[in-house]
Ligand binder design. Structure first.
Ligand code: C5P
Length: 229
């Protein structure tokens, strides 16, 4: 049976940490909305059959821009949390249980085609699924309420989770059903709650999530360098 690969981009967040008049996914970056770069990369991966973006039903920005990404599908069914946005997107896609879904943050606009292809190559035969991640390079401190170090964590074995996170549609839907507490901040943690262990596939630091205004300078530099070839 042929398996389909579907990229699902939850973009219903307000980007409260970033601030600003519109959500960060619509900021202009190298002449396009930030999220255009994200969607364009996913649409350029030959193995990916569908690219779907899930917006908030009250989104007022998407229609103001030209997207010109062939085949891009737009759903306006986002929810109050990322997990709800993903669950509601999945429910509207009509996928088979064994189709693969690659959930990717709208704000990781410097994703490369090569990283997605590495993820697909390493996970497509896996029974659980997996995600891009990078080993933590620095020593990690936990702070107390006063901004002082309360402890140092052993960094060996620690990874920073990125996206895409790639799971089969049936398993992902099951993992996101029912009540999810605030500790479920990515798809992998929902899968882990089922007692399963997603595969870690090494990504790269360029695939960071634009979170604070200062991140735009780095994102712009990476995108412009790629454009320049
Ligand atoms: O807020 P954070 O940066 O963790 O959001 C990660 C991704 O989840 C973003 O692409 C954001 O738009 C999306 N999201 C969503 N629905 C929400 C909250 C976040 O689609 N209710």
């Amino acid at each position: 049976m042929t398996q389909r690969f579907v990229a699902l981009v939850p973009a219903a967040g307000s980007g409260s940490r970033f601030g600003g008049p519109s959500p960060k996914q619509y900021l202009q970056l190298s002449g396009r909305p930030l999220m255009w770069h994200t969607l364009r990369t996913l649409a350029s991966v030959p193995a990916i059959d569908r690219v779907v973006v899930v917006l908030s039903p009250s989104d007022e920005w998407f229609d103001d821009f030209e997207w010109d990404i062939p085949g891009l599908e737009v759903l306006r069914v986002g929810g109050a949390t990322r997990a709800q946005t993903v669950a509601s997107g999945l429910a509207n896609l009509g996928l088979g249980a064994r189709d693969w879904v690659l959930v990717h943050d709208a704000a990781r606009c410097c994703l490369s085609v090569a990283a997605v292809e590495r993820l697909i190559a390493e996970v497509a035969d896996d029974e659980v699924g997996g995600l891009l991640a990078v080993p933590v390079p620095d020593t990690v401190k936990r702070s107390d309420a006063g901004g002082r170090v309360s402890s140092t964590l052993a960094r060996s074995g620690l990874w920073l989770a990125q996206t895409p996170q790639m799971f089969r549609a049936g398993l992902l839907t099951d993992s996101l059903s029912g009540r999810l507490d605030e500790s479920v901040t990515d798809e992998a943690s929902a899968i882990e709650r089922m007692g399963l262990r997603p595969r870690l596939v090494e990504g790269d630091a360029a695939n960071f999530k634009v979170t604070w205004p200062r991140d735009l300078t780095l994102a712009r530099a990476i995108l412009d360098a790629r454009k320049g070839g």
